[in-house]
Design a protein around this ligand. Structure first.
Ligand code: FEO
Length: 168
C-alpha cells in the first residue's frame, strides 16, 4: 500500500507527465507549421515518450493499490517568437520536472517507502538525460543564431537523427 502522501505525490507527477506530453505536442504543431521537418519529429517523438512516463506511473500506482485521478489539461495555441525561445521554455520545464522528481525521492525516503524510492530511480536517470538533450539542442540553436542556412542543415540533421533512432 502507498501512504497518502506518496500516493498524492505520484498522482501529481502522473498528471505532470501527461501535461508534458501535451506541451511537447503543442510545440511540435508550432514547429511543423514553421516548416522545420526534423525538429517537429523530435518533438512528436518526445511527446510519445512523455506519455510512456505517465503510463509507467499509472501502472505502478495501480500495482500498489492507489486510486488514480486525471486532471484536465489545457495547453492550447501556444506561440513562440523563435525556436530559441521554445527550447529555453522546454529546458525550464524539464528542470522543474527534475525538481519534482527529486522531491518525490525525498518523501519516499521520509516515508521509508523503498519500493517507490527504487521505482523513482528510473525517472532520476531519465531527467538527467532529458535536461542534457534539450540543453544540447538549445546550445546548437544558439550557436547557429540567425543563420537561416545553418538552421536548415540543423533541421535536416534532426530529421536524420529521428530516422536513425526509429530504425535502431
Ligand atoms: Fe517525463 Fe520530460 O519528463
Amino acid at each position: 500500500m502507498l501512504s497518502e502522501k506518496i500516493e498524492k505525490g505520484l498522482i501529481k507527477q502522473l498528471n505532470r507527465e501527461s501535461e508534458s506530453s501535451q506541451l511537447y505536442l503543442s510545440m511540435a504543431f508550432w514547429v511543423e507549421k514553421k516548416g522545420y521537418e526534423g525538429i517537429c519529429e523530435f518533438l512528436y517523438d518526445h511527446s510519445n515518450e512523455e506519455r510512456i512516463h505517465m503510463l509507467k506511473l499509472v501502472r505502478y500506482i495501480n500495482k500498489r493499490g492507489g486510486n488514480i485521478v486525471l486532471n484536465g489539461i489545457s495547453i492550447i495555441n501556444v506561440t513562440y517568437q523563435s525556436l530559441k525561445e521554445l527550447f529555453i521554455k522546454l529546458l525550464g520545464h524539464e528542470k522543474k520536472i527534475s525538481q519534482k522528481i527529486n522531491y518525490l525521492v525525498e518523501i519516499s525516503l521520509q516515508e521509508k517507502d523503498y519500493f517507490t524510492y527504487n521505482f523513482l530511480q528510473w525517472y532520476v536517470e531519465e531527467q538527467i538525460e532529458e535536461e542534457a538533450l534539450i540543453k544540447t539542442v538549445l546550445d546548437k540553436i544558439e550557436l547557429i543564431g540567425e543563420d537561416k542556412g545553418g538552421l536548415y542543415f540543423f533541421d535536416q540533421n534532426m530529421k536524420n537523427f529521428h530516422k536513425k533512432k526509429n530504425c535502431d
